[in-house]
Design a binder for this molecule. Structure first.
Ligand code: DC
Length: 239
């Protein structure tokens, strides 16, 4: 295809907004990242944004439960998501905190920090700005319900808690944290409870989201299901 023609073609292809929500360990981040790579879209990990903010709150010694203090920090913080050779790097005020935001301490406090309505307001604004031009796969808890309620494609991923805990344990081992499986199950259940019972932007399947139970699926299978749905929409739009 001639260069001018391919530009014209790309112009007709609508760039989708794909929202992927689900609880911890459901496979959403891995799936979202691979789907974005395949489509040449931007991948936005909104959990990483809340984690980076939580790290800053911890480092400043602020009470994570104090909404007014936390919102001051939020407004005064720059969080950037960058890609290096296909890997996501998270910058907090210019400093690379990619590994630090996955620590057990951050994980145990992120649900407290992210439950504050004003903090969510601020984060949702940033996330809308990042995804407004489409061509984006965004994962989190409230993407299909709050951030982009009109997203072109909404996926809700779920999985049995024991399977999710096993995946988390493996992930943590790779990062150098050796944690007992029962401890991880408790942590995941507590985080699920906090994330789904908060008043603003709770973890919840959007009515029009397509649910994928990943308990017995491989990553390739999850990615394929989402990609098939995305291509259906892309083809519909370019016909
Ligand atoms: O996806 P994750 O496990 O890295 O997310 C960490 C926490 O951030 C999660 O327990 C709740 C919060 N979060 C949120 O409240 N809203 C989002 N859109 C994404 C994450």
């Amino acid at each position: 295809m001639k260069k001018e023609m391919s530009w014209l073609f790309e112009g007709f292809m609508r760039k989708l907004i794909i929202a992927i929500d689900g609880p911890a360990g459901s496979g959403k981040s891995t799936t979202a990242k691979l789907v974005a790579q395949k489509l040449g879209y931007l991948y936005i990990d909104t959990g990483a944004m809340y984690r980076a903010l939580t790290l800053k709150v911890i480092e400043l010694g602020i009470d994570p439960g104090d909404e007014e203090e936390v919102i001051k920090v939020t407004r005064d913080t720059k969080i950037e998501l960058l890609y290096e050779n296909g890997d996501l790097r998270v910058l907090l005020d210019g400093r690379d905190v990619t590994e630090k935001i996955r620590s057990p301490e951050v994980t145990s406090l992120v649900s407290v920090v992210s439950a504050h309505p004003k903090v969510r307001d601020e984060m949702v604004k940033k996330q809308r700005e990042l995804g407004k031009n489409g061509g984006v796969v965004m994962d989190g808890r409230d993407i299909g319900t709050v951030v982009f309620p009109d997203a072109d494609l909404k996926i809700f991923m779920s999985a049995d808690v024991k399977e999710r805990a096993k995946r988390r344990q493996k992930e943590m081992k790779e990062q150098g944290f050796d944690v007992d499986i029962d401890e991880i199950i408790n942590e995941i259940e507590e985080r699920d409870r906090l994330d789904s019972t908060r008043e603003v932007g709770p973890l919840k399947k959007a009515d029009d989201a397509f649910e994928i139970d990943t308990t017995n699926l491989t990553i390739d299978e999850q990615v394929e299901i989402v990609l098939r749905k995305a291509y259906e929409l892309i083809n519909q739009n370019s016909n």
